[in-house]
Design a protein around this ligand. Structure first.
Ligand code: ADP
Length: 582
């Protein structure tokens, strides 16, 4: 029992239940998305900065490793060029170093990053002795280069540690080049030269050329790696090099404001310099905010489209369910409508055939009854056939220019019997002037009119009066059918024109009907480029008005308007054109 109730509830509120069933998980999903996106927003700048740091260190590594390798190679002067062992009573400064051999080596291992090279030994015949450094000019490929006092003292200072080793004859732990950058204008790399016993016999060194370093090594490395690391936004990436005084040494493009957002110090050489990067238009925080907003907007949009789609699907489903319910009601209504009059006709027909009824009045009454009931059946069957034609788009119209007054009076004549039988009085109000002509299908308009009259009779209750008013209004000829019966509630006024729709209140509960009449009226009238409206008040009655456009010569020719309905208003969409006012 409970299950049944639940099923019924779900069926009735399918749209809302479906919507809630989708909306709740969707909202939860959106919320989670929001949470994770905002978490991402706060961590993303750090990740981006870490990524940038990695990029910077890779640029530096590329250049520095190269320099280190180059220094190893260039300064690896053969130890055989150092003939002198210390202390040496036969010391001769001209033969202590084989300058030819060293010069040849330097020429063979040219490196444009070195602006000057040098070799040094401990010289002298006995203690105390001193350091002798000989400078080599790589441009002119010869020893005896001119050097400043600063350069000389820098070379001496850089070589000093290794020189001490010559004196102590100790074996160095590492033979790798070392760097002396105490004088930032004269940065020097030195390397010990060892003999076959691994004893230091001298040093070789080079002065770095800052400009060559930046222009020919650092800058190409930046140009090569930036697009690889920032494929989508490398044009935005500003990469700068600041020196020991925080002065700009290099920038890969023009910029204003801050030199960098993320920086990384140099290693091995230029250790007091700084490589930095930032994006042109946005800080990393702004960038991740934008990323967050774009993603969130995208998720929200997707959710919205999804909900929209589901609402549409559910609406269609719920309409289909409603329609199928209406169709089921229709079948039972129509069967009922057919069976009852047929039974009476058969009974009265049998009475008459057997000649049992002798009273002329009675015979007439039975005859009348049979006539009206068969008329009603014909009307019902006409409606059903029309409906089926309309539904399949096969309803055709024979338009011709007509005076609508004739159609109305002729129809009323055929309807008189029904009205009399039910004790109705009917008033026809016509305007004093003749109505302008209209282009209509007489039969169809008559049927629409009958449907309105039929309803007026069915839904009049105790009020037995019907007014038919002909008139003219804003380019239309109007045919109004007014009754003083049960009336229609405002919210129902639009729905009564829907196919199969029947008002479900107590007042009309016992009245038989198919729910097709008004939908056919609406279709017929709209096929005439007119409209049907209703004004009604519960308990006071209803006025249905057919509006037919006046033929002022601009109307399409009847032949053009004849034929199949191009666009059936009876499609699955239930359209509403009834105007209501109370
Ligand atoms: P039916 O066969 O049920 O009369 P219709 O399409 O003609 O089908 O009418 C749809 C519904 O509109 C009716 O069931 C009835 O509730 C309401 N209705 C139509 N005409 C009138 C009227 N003149 N007065 C009150 N209610 C009406």
């Amino acid at each position: 029992m409970k299950m049944l109730k639940l099923k019924e509830f779900l069926r009735q509120h399918a749209l809302w239940v479906g919507l809630i069933a989708v909306a709740i998980p969707l909202l939860a999903h959106l919320w989670l998305q929001y949470k994770s996106l905002s978490q991402l927003e706060s961590t993303l700048p750090y990740q981006r900065k870490a990524y940038m740091r990695k990029y910077l260190s890779q640029v530096l590594e590329k250049v520095i490793v190269y320099y280190e390798e180059k220094a190893e190679e260039v300064l690896n002067v053969p130890s055989t060029a150092f003939n002198h062992t210390y202390p040496n009573p036969d010391y001769d400064p001209r033969t202590a170093i084989d300058f030819d051999q060293v010069g040849e080596y330097f020429t063979q291992h040219k490196f444009n990053g070195a602006r000057m090279l040098f070799v040094g030994i401990i010289s002298g015949r006995e203690e105390p002795s001193y350091v002798t450094i000989s400078f080599y000019n790589p441009q002119s490929n010869e020893f005896g280069a001119k050097v400043s006092r600063e350069e000389r003292s820098v070379a001496h200072a850089a070589a000093a540690n290794w020189m001490a080793m010559i004196m102590t004859k100790s074996e160095p732990k590492s033979l790798r080049p070392t760097v002396d950058e105490r004088d930032s204008k004269n940065r020097v790399i030195v390397k010990p030269i060892v003999d076959s016993n691994k004893h230091v016999v001298g040093v070789a060194g080079m002065f770095l050329d800052d400009q060559v370093f930046v222009k020919e090594y650092l800058s190409p490395a930046i140009s090569e790696l930036t697009p690889r690391w920032f494929p989508d936004e490398y044009q935005q990436a500003i990469v700068t090099v600041l020196n020991q005084e925080d002065k700009l040494v290099f920038a890969n493009q023009q910029y204003e404001g801050k030199a960098f957002e993320v920086g990384w110090p140099f290693q091995f050489i230029y250790t007091d310099w700084f490589l930095g990067i930032r994006m042109r238009h946005m800080t990393e925080e702004e960038w991740s905010r934008r990323y967050f907003l774009i993603n969130l907007a995208f998720s929200a949009l997707t959710a919205l489209v999804l909900i929209g789609g589901i609402v549409m699907a559910l609406r269609t489903a719920s309409r289909a369910m409603k329609l199928s319910q209406m169709k089921a009601d229709f079948v039972s209504n129509v069967s009922h409508e057919l069976r009852t009059p047929l039974a009476s006709i058969r009974v009265f027909g049998e009475f008459l055939k057997l000649g049992r009824v002798k009273d002329q009045l009675k015979i007439r009454e039975y005859g009348d009854y049979i006539e009206t009931e068969s008329r009603r059946l014909t009307q019902l069957i006409n409606n059903i056939l029309d409906f089926s034609k309309i539904e399949s788009g096969q309803k055709t119209y024979q338009f011709e220019q007509t005076n609508v007054e004739h159609v109305v009076t002729d129809t009323l004549k055929t309807f008189e019997v029904v009205l009399e039988q039910n004790g109705f009085t009917i008033n026809l109000e016509k305007p004093q002037q003749a109505l302008p002509p209209v282009v209509i299908d007489q039969e169809a308009i008559a049927q629409a009119f009958i449907n309105l009259l039929d309803n007026a009779v069915k839904y009049s209750g105790e009020a037995k009066e019907i007014n038919v008013v002909l008139g003219q209004q804003a380019g239309f000829v109007t045919v109004a059918v007014r009754d003083y019966g049960v009336g229609i509630a405002t919210e129902e006024c639009e729905k009564v024109f829907e196919k199969f729709y029947r008002v479900g209140n107590v007042l009309v509960h016992d009245v038989k009907g198919s729910g097709l009449g008004l939908s056919i009226v609406k279709h017929i009238v709209e096929a005439h480029q007119g409209k049907v409206t209703v004004e009604s008040e519960v308990g006071a009655g209803s006025t249905f008005v057919i509006h037919l456009p006046i033929d002022d010569g601009t109307m399409p020719k009847p032949a053009q308007r004849e034929g199949k309905d191009e666009e059936s208003t009876f499609g699955s969409e239930l359209q509403i054109s009834g105007q209501t006012s109370h």
